[in-house]
Write a protein that binds this ligand. Structure first.
Ligand code: WT7
Length: 665
């Protein structure tokens, strides 16, 4: 590893998007890595990037011929009527066939597709042929239970091979899946069932998390209490806990699998037929159903997996994300399987039974590529170096991160303690909406700087612009936009085209607005600053402030709530809630705890406020808009220094400042 000359970055401040990060370290890709990599030099990256941006349609067309198996070739690569894109128009293919059947003709047939370990330590390996067989059988189960192409199915499962099998079986029949993270509550399932009008829920009796059982089936029962849409619930037996089976609606996975055979032809679907809906938080209360379609999504997921993770024969690749998040969709299931990789999957918590579980797994399975989140890395740092140091991590050759900006010090720790100084790190920027990685180093080509996602992937025209949509000079902060459509972009928000247009395409003409603030340094490297809307990023999870507010206000005793983020060393952001109570309710420590639990119940434990501050009133503008900016200042420093001229009632602020807990119990 050679260190290059330091690159300077200046302080800047603009449009409330601030960055005070000055990072001078540069790491070139190690020679040993580059020499074997798909893209072996920076010049190669630049050459191919220029070509891809000069003629994106030609570039994507070539990639689509090379990487995907088609039933019918497309007529037009891109039909773009802003903001609606159709990619590979006229083509038909099947996503599960691309992930499975294509690998069955040669030696890959008997290669492991998924290697899995459950939290209690149980193990399973599925070769491509075995996985294919399970997917075909389960697709026949779906048929048997009357779900058809275009229908929606909710998948609410623990991290086990059956989650991937369920997704791929849906894809095999053109059924639209919507995976709901297993850590979400009954209310979240209910919302998603309603919004997507799902006909079926696929779940398990339970799952393991930190030694305890997560009662998945019970949550589904609760969610479906008054539901009339869902006709069938398929229950996979994972833990063997007691569950209630409702006759006529609920069926056992293993029973159903006995009735079906293992032949199921993949149904060819149109390039633009929906593959899945994935709900993500927005800045207003209701989660957004991000819609991804088939060909373009699969192509870009596969191409980025190939180049960003540089997967080769013999690699064991582990992306730690749950299938409930987009990372689990693109980089546990669709991308790796499409290119014929061997993916490792783990069910449980990183610190169960000991804080060294991940390192133990890396040693035992000989993991070569490891992709995780900065929030996890910060937790590892806190738990201490002795845990990774107890294990032989020499199989690792590449590390990755995703989900939020990684602090340079956490990057350095990851590089030294986990990567032994020899593994490149790919810091990958993307979003649920983008479907796949957009800004990232290529491990054999791009010199990396700790904390920067570096440069755009092929075909991606990313830029930082001011409020007028004009590109800003180096080291000036602005808004991160994408100026050309890309194959794995979201197509719309399920059932809400207006919101799709407004949210992503109304800020600037002809540009997709990411909602992130960023700057580029003089080498063109992107430094992501974070969200500029009212969305929090807690431990890599995106949470809308207004969703948490709505959850709080749904409690009988709460009158009003405002939620802001406070910088947090471990989680990136911590959730701070300002709450006013209904008269004559008085604040007590018990009530604070009740409210925290209430949020966990309504949304998820992730959304639980770290801090609840009771107050008599919230600072508002004359038009009644809560001034979150001021609350943010109070939450992080206890003081307000910013502009307060639009404040309606100054006394409110005086009460909130100081220790910030004026009227708290
Ligand atoms: C938001 C998207 C993409 C899968 C996981 C999160 C932030 C994501 C990075 C990164 C800085 C990042 C952005 C983005 N983000 N990756 N490498 N560096 N910030 O998906 O829940 O849709 O969240 O996560 O703010 O907009 P998501």
């Amino acid at each position: 590893m050679r260190n290059q000359t330091p690159v300077s970055a200046t302080r800047y401040e603009s449009n409330n998007i601030e960055s005070h990060l000055i990072e001078k370290r540069v790491f070139n890709p190690p020679e040993a890595f580059s020499s074997k990599a798909d893209i072996p030099s920076f010049e190669q990256y630049q050459k191919l990037y220029r070509k891809s941006i000069g003629n994106p349609e030609e570039f994507w067309g070539e990639q689509a011929s090379e990487l995907l198996v088609w039933h019918k070739k497309w007529k037009t690569v891109l039909d773009w009527k802003e903001p609606f894109a159709r990619w590979f128009v006229g083509g038909t293919l099947n996503v599960s066939e691309n992930c499975l059947d294509r690998h069955l003709s040669g030696s890959r047939r008997n290669q492991a597709a998924l290697i899995w370990e459950g939290e209690p330590g149980d193990k399973r390996t599925l070769t491509y042929q075995q996985l294919h067989r399970e997917v075909c059988k389960f697709a026949n189960v779906l048929k048997r239970n009357q779900v058809k192409k275009g229908d929606r199915v909710i998948i609410y499962m623990p991290m086990c091979p059956e989650a991937a099998i369920a997704m791929l079986a849906c894809a095999r029949l053109g059924i639209i899946h919507s995976v709901v993270f297993g850590g979400f509550s009954a209310a979240a399932i209910k919302d998603r069932v309603l919004d997507s009008q799902a006909k079926m829920v696929i779940t398990a009796d339970g799952g393991y998390r930190r030694g305890a059982i997560v009662p998945l089936k019970r949550n589904v029962d609760e969610a479906l209490k008054d539901d009339e849409h869902v006709k069938k619930v398929v229950v996979f037996r994972r833990v063997g806990n007691q569950v209630t089976i409702r006759e006529g609606r609920d069926v056992w996975w293993h029973r159903e699998m006995e009735y079906v055979d293992a032949n199921c032809e993949p149904v060819p679907v149109d390039s633009e037929d929906p593959l899945y809906i994935l709900y993500t938080s927005g800045s207003t209360g209701k989660p957004k159903g991000v819609l991804h379609t088939s060909a373009g999504y699969l192509l870009q997921a596969a191409l980025t997996t190939k180049y960003v993770f540089d997967i080769k024969e013999g690699d064991i690749y582990w992306c730690t994300a749950d299938v409930g998040w987009v990372t689990g969709h693109s980089y546990v299931v669709y991308g790796p399987l499409c290119i014929g990789a061997t993916a490792f999957m783990y069910e449980g918590a990183p610190n169960w039974p000991e804080p060294d579980r991940f390192w133990k797994l890396i040693e035992e399975y000989g993991i070569t590529i490891f992709y995780t989140a900065p929030t996890a890395i910060r937790a590892f740092v806190r738990w201490g170096d002795e845990h990774p140091q107890r294990h032989d991590l020499s199989s690792l050759r590449l590390l990755g991160t995703v989900g939020e900006p990684i602090n340079p010090e956490a990057w350095m720790w990851y590089h030294k303690v986990i990567g032994g100084g020899r593994c490149p790190i790919v810091d990958t920027w993307w979003q649920t909406e983008t479907g796949s990685i957009m800004i990232t180093p290529l491990p054999g080509a791009t010199p990396t700087k700790p904390g920067s996602a570096t440069l755009p992937f092929f075909g991606i025209d990313a830029a930082v612009v001011d409020d007028q949509g004009k590109e800003v000079p180096p080291n000036v902060g602005g808004k991160l936009v994408i100026r050309k459509p890309w194959p794995s972009m979201l197509r719309t928000i399920w059932g809400d085209e207006k919101r799709y247009k407004k949210q992503y395409w109304s800020e600037f003409k002809g540009m997709y607005f990411t909602g992130d603030g960023a700057r580029r340094d003089k080498d063109g490297y992107f430094w992501i600053v974070g969200r500029i809307d009212d969305v929090l990023n807690v431990a890599g999870h995106r949470l809308g402030t207004s969703e948490i507010e709505s959850a709080l206000v749904s409690h009988l005793d709460v009158a009003e709530a405002a939620v802001v983020g406070r910088p947090d060393e471990m989680k990136g952001q911590a959730v701070v809630a300002f709450v006013t109570l209904k008269q004559p309710k008085k604040p007590t420590p018990e009530l604070r705890e009740t409210l925290r639990e209430h949020v966990a119940e309504v949304i998820s434990a992730i959304a639980k406020p770290d801090d609840i501050r009771f107050t008599d009133a919230l600072p508002k503008t004359r038009s009644g808009k809560i001034m979150r900016r001021l609350l943010k200042e109070v939450a992080s420093s206890g003081q307000v220094t910013g502009d307060t001229t639009t404040l309606e009632d100054y006394s409110v602020l005086a009460k909130l400042s100081g220790d910030g807990k004026e009227s708290a119990s």
